[in-house]
Design a protein around this ligand. Sequence first.
Ligand code: F6P
Length: 340
Amino acid sequence: MKFGVLTGGGDCPGLNAAIRAVVLRAAEGNDTVVGFLDGWKGVRDGASRPLSPADVQGIVGTGGTILGSSRTNPFATPEGAERVRTEIARSGIDYLVAIGGDDTLGAARDLFHRGGRVVGVPKTMDNDVNGTDWTFGFDSASTVSVDALERLRDTARSHHRAIVLEVMGRHAGWVALATGIAGGADATLVPEERYDEARLMARIRAAVAARGFALVVASEGIDLGTAHGSTAARDGFGHELLRERGVGAELARRIEARTGVESRFAQIGHIQRGGAPTLFDRLLATRLGAVAVDLARAGKNGHVAVLRGESVIGVPLDSALGSPKTVDRPWIELMHSLEA
Ligand code: F6P
């Protein structure tokens, strides 16, 4: 068989490990692979490069994606959809492996329903793909955020300040939750919970009274109410660019105004998406990439490789792409119990 592989949406550590696994698993069965450049854009525009085992040597531990990425939705127009169809036929691809989050996998589902042959691999630092227990990229991004929080603790302690760390995650609070729990924040704000200003200020006052400083983790997707609006900036899939709202800066301003504690903020943004993947992400990405090839060989068209418990299995894209997976109540309760 001839496989095509693409990486779409926001990049994250682990993509290269997944590409490597696809290429090496394919080579095991004497199948060949071409990599489409910059996500669905490369499929639509016919931009690709051959990927041999030698091409993926030494990339398992590198960040980013050797194929490039974009937030292109080729099915947004009938012309784009037609170009995808003709380019796949022209390049002689038997099966496409789409590596991405909800948007990229949504386009894969679209291709499947239009008669194409495609399997999926979920990734995203947001950890919000519904059909899988965890996505690769999340562990690496959260590890970077925890490191940032620990650095902020040092300087907050020295200057007796409150510092707000704003992290990514879109409308799911997984990265904030993990950072708050694993980094020991005094308060963590996630989009799944209504913003409670009185509680936050009480937490800051208590932390400053006890230790002389306070640390807050805020997810970029939280809603601070009427005084804080949204922006017009949108990506290729129509999503608001949440970091432009600057919730971290706004929170630091409010904390200083309400409590009198000198405050600062840090927005680490895309720093969370770069660097070497953690061991967990390397292993997960590798398993998912290999199983995606197995799914294609087994004729499981329209399926996506997912982690369920300890196992990696294939499930239909239709069932895996419901509404984004958000942080549930038990996690939020655990997070708050640790802030006390
Ligand atoms: O979906 C991954 C993510 O990093 C989100 O957490 C964030 O809101 C968004 O991508 C940022 O997108 P971009 O890289 O297009 O600015």
